[in-house]
Design a protein around this ligand. Structure first.
Ligand code: SF4
Length: 325
């Protein structure tokens, strides 16, 4: 199924130790099936903040400490405080990024982690006080609030992965639209994403429709940047089952007079199984897709809702941990 004009590959900044270099504190690299499969479909820009600030490979581990209100990044064994140098590196590196659609960062790292990073009461304390963001990960979240940002370990879960890929590939397409400078491209983008947005947020679908209508006759750069902020916010959380079902029921409306009552019932049963967590979303979506082809339904044919990212990425094995469709 086509998804509009050819989009550029998404650009992702990635933690270098995720298959790109053996740069972890222990001199090892992390293998990741997701990153390997993604390599064909995205442009990765690997970075290792700890190596960039001059810590060698291998190196003694660093950690986050919080004493009173002061948060530091330290290397206890060397008595080193790398808080400022890591802050400075993060700011300079992120300021230098011209284009990016997302970030894929190593989980639980005191530098790269975006959540679930242990912090301690002091350099020598062994019991963690709680969980925080890593220094570089935090800077990414603050500097690129509209990007698709995820922690590599969470991508083992199918629904988190599906949401991350969806946001990543639609943002890359939106980057192409912004570069085109043409309002008609934005109108077409909005139209192609109608059912995807309906599944994510009906309220945002309306807000975005108003932006595209451009009643105040604003210039294109202003419109597209307003649109991107709202679009990214619409895709800030994975959609609920019920919203997906709502979008699917709307698309069923295109065929309800054309299919048999048996076919319709089969679809409704599969929707019920999806609601109960017995089937993945792709099953009822595939049924609608088959009718799009059979009845040559032009408008639905280009809807990203049915395939927001390359098919190969749907075939990555799931860890089964916390799986929910
Ligand atoms: S988690 Fe980040 S800082 Fe640590 S080795 Fe990987 S890329 Fe380097």
């Amino acid at each position: 199924m086509k998804t509009g004009k050819l989009s550029p590959k998404p650009i992702i900044i990635v933690s270098k130790c995720l298959t790109f270099a053996a740069c972890r504190y222990n001199g090892l690299m992390i293998n990741s099936e997701t990153v390997e499969v993604l390599k064909k479909h995205v442009d990765f820009i690997p970075v290792c903040p700890e190596v960039e600030i001059g810590l060698g490979i291998p190196r003694q581990p660093i950690r986050i400490t919080k004493e009173k209100d002061t948060v530091r990044l330290v290397q206890p064994s060397a008595g080193l405080d790398v808080t400022k140098i890591m802050h400075d590196f993060s700011r300079k590196y992120l300021d230098g990024i011209k284009e990016s659609d997302g970030f894929l960062l190593k989980s639980r790292s005191p530098s790269c982690g975006v959540k679930d990073v242990k912090f301690y009461a002091g350099p020598e304390q062994n019991v963690p006080l709680g969980k925080a963001q890593g220094f570089f990960g935090k800077a990414v979240l603050e500097r690129f609030p509209e990007a698709a940002i995820e922690d590599e370990a969470r991508l083992e879960n199918f629904s988190i992965r599906e949401h991350f890929f969806t946001k990543l590939f639609t943002l890359a397409d939106l980057r192409r639209v912004a570069a085109s400078g043409q309002m008609k491209e934005l109108v077409s983008f909005h139209s192609r994403n109608k059912y995807l947005l309906m599944a994510y947020s009906q309220a945002k679908l309306k807000v975005l429709g108003n932006i595209v209508a451009n009643q105040e006759n604003k210039d294109f750069p202003g419109i597209v940047s307003e649109y991107k902020a709202e679009f990214s916010s619409a895709l800030s959380h994975a959609p609920k089952h019920t919203s997906h079902i709502n979008a699917l029921m709307h698309t069923l409306g295109y065929f309800s007079e054309k299919i048999s009552s048996g076919e319709k019932q089969y679809f409704l049963d599969s929707l019920q199984d999806y609601r109960n967590g017995k089937l993945p979303l792709s099953v009822p979506q595939s049924l609608i897709r088959s009718w799009i082809v059979r009845f040559n339904e032009a408008y639905l044919k280009d809807q990203t809702f049915f395939r927001p990212y390359p098919q190969e990425l749907t075939e990555i094995a799931d860890s089964g941990k916390g799986r929910k469709y």
